[in-house]
Design a protein. Structure first.
Length: 652
């Protein structure tokens, strides 16, 4: 609010000064004899500097007091906004599902103060040193509602005698242990119930015997809440979640400006914020599949020096450092794999069990931490000479990304209807039935031993000129050059697939290579240098102000950023995957058997380490996303305040 008011006042002052300058030009044909060297526009600029020096403050502001005025005073405000469910009606969906309360507690509060820096008996900032400080906080607890589907209680012990498909027909569950080839199968005809390729017996009475239930899966079900609703149909939408979400935020913005002599201004800024997003829990346990809690923080420190060499020449130097951090996860020290008896996983969080029909148990990315630090140094110079307004900008940016982001630290197992279906026949089998039998069609794990510490940098230099050739014709030119350094890792823990390297396992091209080893540099990409030109014009043909011709051309390149995550670290972090050769006939893993030991311990720097995996590849060429555009348009003002525009544009 304060910045907006200052800007609006400064803008009005600018408009008033230049309006006065135009009036003087009309009434005064010759320059004043007392000041023969100053034009009217120079006088206007000087007056503008006088007005804007007050920063748009009110007449009673301490920055505007004159000699003999009252002692300086600070200005500010306190505020508090609140909402409370005591003032609200209970939402209908909450009442409909049997709850009698929907929590809402929100307090948004803060303070801001600004004025001259005054230290009694030591320093009075007066018109030289000015500060502003703002704090805002949020405390919120609000209930979130959602409707989901979980297994029925009979299904959890293997009873599918009441389970139906989407049409309301009994959903048949078949015994995978009874699978056998059909000797009467006709391969020239499609698979059907009359022409089965494989035979499989239905479980008696559509119930899985207790002795066949997987013991690890049964222990995991202790963390799966029971149905608590009956919205339906066919037992669907049987779990209503109405849980509180807790949000906490604190933020500070502080600014200090100091006028050092007439031509120099120093500015210092500090932005600080942190908070917690405490997501609503779908399950009241470590098996919660909903979003994790997130702690975050942001820090920004900046400093700038503005040197006004003359009314037509200004130089601005800025230094900025920004740090953004976020951490996801729950503070729970329970070793869940050990608690349910799942073997072969190094993680401690709850593993993820994924079913096609029901809400999962556990989740991906249960815990992670990412920090992004950015350091920016910028120097901008602008000068006006005659009909030219020239600008030069130089900038250097250093980026650091620290990331620890394992997707499945305790493993993932996925279950589909195939293994409990009649092979080749739809609407048979069930993913949760495959789970209680402990037969997974797919498995994956993330073995991430350490964070990744990525770095890159970029340098830019831009020259621009706006040339008023004559009244009604303005040309703009812009030429920039950018140098981008590729991503490196602090400890050289990067890898990729070189599509030209020979793989010793098969003698073909395509092998894993590691940074700073075997002739490869610390980065897999090249230093990229690009020139980005652009030009435009605005022209009133024959000085006709009602007609404007515009034309433009530009070419630019998109920088390749560093993303959060640990992509292209495959040699140092393992992601073993298990696939079923046929999801209807054979499982990839069993829950009771757990995860097999990885075939290769990490780190594995051998050229064939990525064989039979989803390989992570870095583009080793110097290519960059390129954007090019051009356009021409003609605008004509018509009677009745109408504008006709004809144009052509090109972009790729």
């Amino acid at each position: 609010m304060r910045c907006s008011r200052l800007f609006a006042t400064a803008f009005c002052a600018c408009a008033t000064v230049f309006a006065a300058a135009q009036t003087n030009q009309k009434t005064q044909a010759q320059p004043s004899r007392a000041e023969p060297s100053r034009t009217e526009i120079q006088k206007a600029v000087e007056e503008f500097k006088v007005l804007t020096r007050e920063l748009g403050l009110r007449p009673d502001s301490p920055r505007r007091r004159t000699s003999g005025a009252a002692a300086p005073k600070w200005h500010g405000r306190l505020f508090e906004n609140f909402r409370n469910d005591f003032l609200d009606a209970i939402p209908h969906e909450v009442v409909q599902n049997g709850a009698d309360k929907s929590t809402l507690r929100r307090n948004q509060f803060g303070v801001n103060v600004s004025g001259p820096v005054v230290v009694p008996w030591l320093y009075n900032g007066g018109r030289k040193t000015y500060f502003s400080f703002s704090y805002e906080g949020v405390r919120e607890t609000v209930s979130r509602s959602s409707l989901r589907t979980v297994p029925t209680m009979p299904e959890r012990i293997g009873d599918w005698s009441q389970t139906v498909d989407a049409s309301g027909n009994l959903l048949t569950i078949y015994d995978p242990a009874s699978t056998r080839p059909n000797p009467g199968f006709d391969s020239s005809q499609p698979v059907s119930e009359q022409n089965l390729e494989y035979l499989r017996n239905q479980f008696p009475e559509n119930r899985i015997p207790v002795t066949r239930l997987d013991p690890v899966a049964q222990r995991a079900l202790a963390y799966y809440p029971a149905p608590n609703a009956s919205v339906g149909p066919f037992f669907e939408n049987n779990f209503f979640v109405h849980a509180p979400e807790r949000n906490v935020a604190n933020g500070v913005i502080a600014k200090l400006d100091h006028n050092l002599r007439e031509r120099h201004r120093l500015g210092f800024g500090l932005n600080y914020s942190n908070g917690l997003v405490g997501s609503a829990r779908w399950f009241p346990s470590g098996a919660n599949p909903g979003p994790p809690d997130r702690d975050y923080r942001n820090r920004r420190v900046s400093s700038d020096w503005v040197f006004t060499a003359s009314p037509r020449t200004v130089n601005t130097f800025t230094v900025e450092a920004v740090s953004d951090a976020s951490e996801n996860g729950m503070s729970d020290d329970t070793d869940y794999p050990a608690a349910i008896g799942l073997t072969g996983t190094p993680g401690k969080v709850f593993p993820q069990f994924e079913f096609e029909q029901y809400t999962d148990i556990g989740r991906a990315y249960p815990s992670s931490k990412n920090v992004r630090n950015t350091f920016v140094f910028t120097d901008g110079f602008s000068a006006r000479r005659g009909r030219h307004n020239a600008r030069a900008t130089a900038q250097f940016v250093q980026t650091q990304v620290h990331s620890f982001w394992p997707q499945y630290p305790s493993g993932l197992m996925r279950f589909s209807p195939g293994i409990t279906s009649l092979p080749g026949i739809v609407n048979t089998g069930h993913g949760f039935a495959s789970f209680v039998l402990g037969l997974a069609e797919y498995g994956k794990m993330s073995v991430v031993g350490s964070p990744s510490y990525f770095r890159n940098s970029a340098a830019r230099f831009v020259l621009a000129d706006s040339w008023e050739v004559r009244n009604g014709l303005t040309l703009n030119f812009n030429a920039g050059i950018e140098r981008q350094a590729p991503r490196t890792e602090k400890y050289d823990r990067q890898s990729t697939i070189d599509l030209d390297a020979i793989n010793p396992a098969n003698g073909r091209k395509g092998a894993l290579v590691v940074a700073n080893r075997n002739g490869y540099g610390r980065a897999f990409q090249q230093v990229r240098v690009r020139v980005e030109p652009s030009a435009s014009l605005a022209w009133n043909p024959r000085g006709e102000t009602k007609t404007v011709v515009r034309a433009n051309f530009g070419r630019s390149y998109s920088s390749i950023p560093i993303y959060s995550g640990q992509y292209a670290t495959q040699a140092f972090n393992a992601f073993p995957t298990w696939l079923s050769p046929n999801v209807q006939l054979e499982p990839a893993l069993t829950v009771a058997g757990g995860f097999p030991a990885p075939a290769r311990p990490v780190p594995d720097l051998s050229p064939d380490a990525a064989n039979d995996t989803r390989a992570e590849i870095v583009d080793m060429s110097d290519r960059l996303p390129t954007y090019q555009s051009a356009g021409v348009s003609v605008e004509r003002e018509l009677p009745g305040a109408a504008v006709l525009t004809l144009g052509w544009g090109y972009a790729c």
